[in-house]
Design a protein around this ligand. Structure first.
Ligand SMILES: Nc1ncnc2c1ncn2[C@@H]1O[C@H](COP(=O)(O)OP(=O)(O)OP(=O)(O)O)[C@@H](O)[C@H]1O
Length: 274
């Protein structure tokens, strides 16, 4: 069996408050291989903070501790910010919910897709352009040359998200973290985007940590699922087992999966029956 790409042991994240440190992720352990691992759970359960900890992008003030946090044989617990920057440009990529906040409206698409190559490789301008055009084509954008020369405002939401995926994949990261990557899109586009992410994950032999509140979607696209609740891992299973999960919490999340009427809303917080 291949070594996992990422392995976390007893990862904890807390924030300072008047009452001392408040834990939002509490000693969770998991690993991600060359696969799609979904992180699901109610709002506030710690999914995003877990993804951000792996990227070295926790909010100011957050305190991260881990017995072990290793990505691609590198210890992430002792990284300086320069090390993180290098890693983010080469080994790790992050896709966020809404391309409108991730793409810079003042720069043409091509420049943004090439940015990681400019920062982390010695490729010439011509080579960078070629790689960017290739990648724009790979993510299914028609007429890559036109898109390359466009500004983000000229793109639809779905096209913007494809551009973001191209920008994140241009340096062939080993692990991609996608935090609610499709929740700003309509349902057809969500399916198209996840189908694309799934096929690129396989083609590039990457790992994908997919953070999502949509269990139905996860059951279709992920290999394995970690269910988070109040900063802990409630359950871990294959996505095929989601529909008949053991824990009442997971069953409640499954039952609350978005319908056409509730699409785009957040999951309710689950209360234990007293
Ligand atoms: N800057 C911060 N300071 C203090 N607490 C924070 C900060 N950012 C997040 N938190 C808290 O950390 C907890 C976990 O947040 P996180 O964003 O990881 O949840 P989530 O599971 O991704 O939820 P959602 O599905 O709503 O995005 C929440 O209780 C949140 O209030």
């Amino acid at each position: 069996m291949l070594e996992p790409l990422l392995s976390a042991e007893e990862l904890s994240i807390s924030f300072p408050s008047d009452a001392g440190l408040v834990s939002v992720v509490d000693r969770i352990s998991f690993s991600v291989g060359h696969e799609i691992l979904a992180l699901v759970g109610e709002s506030g359960s710690g999914k995003s903070m877990t993804g951000r900890a792996i990227m070295g992008l926790l909010p100011r003030g957050a305190v991260m501790r881990a017995r072990r946090l290793v990505f691609d044989s590198k210890d992430l617990t002792t990284r300086s910010s320069a090390d993180w920057n290098a890693l983010r440009g080469t080994g790790l990529g992050l896709i966020l919910q809404d391309p409108r906040y991730s793409l810079n409206p003042a720069h043409r698409v091509g420049r943004q897709v090439e940015e990681a190559l400019l920062l982390h490789t010695k490729l010439s301008a011509v080579e960078r352009r070629e790689r960017a055009l290739d990648m724009l084509e790979k993510v299914g954008l028609p007429d890559p040359k036109r898109i390359y020369a466009s500004y983000p405002a000229a793109l639809s939401g779905g096209m913007g998200q494809r551009v973001m995926i191209a920008a994140m994949l241009i340096n062939r990261p080993k692990l991609l973290i996608a935090d609610e990557p499709t929740s700003a899109l309509d349902r057809d586009l969500q399916d198209q985007m996840l189908t694309l992410l799934r096929s690129l994950t396989e083609e590039f032999g990457m790992g994908l940590l997919l953070i999502s509140h949509d269990l139905q979607q996860v059951s279709r696209y992920a290999d394995r699922v970690l269910v988070m609740r109040q900063g802990r891992i409630e359950e871990e299973m294959t996505s095929a087992d989601l529909s008949h999960a053991g824990s009442p919490y997971t069953r409640a999340l499954w039952a609350a999966r978005p319908s056409a009427a509730t699409y785009g809303t957040r999951l309710p917080v689950y209360e234990d029956e007293q």
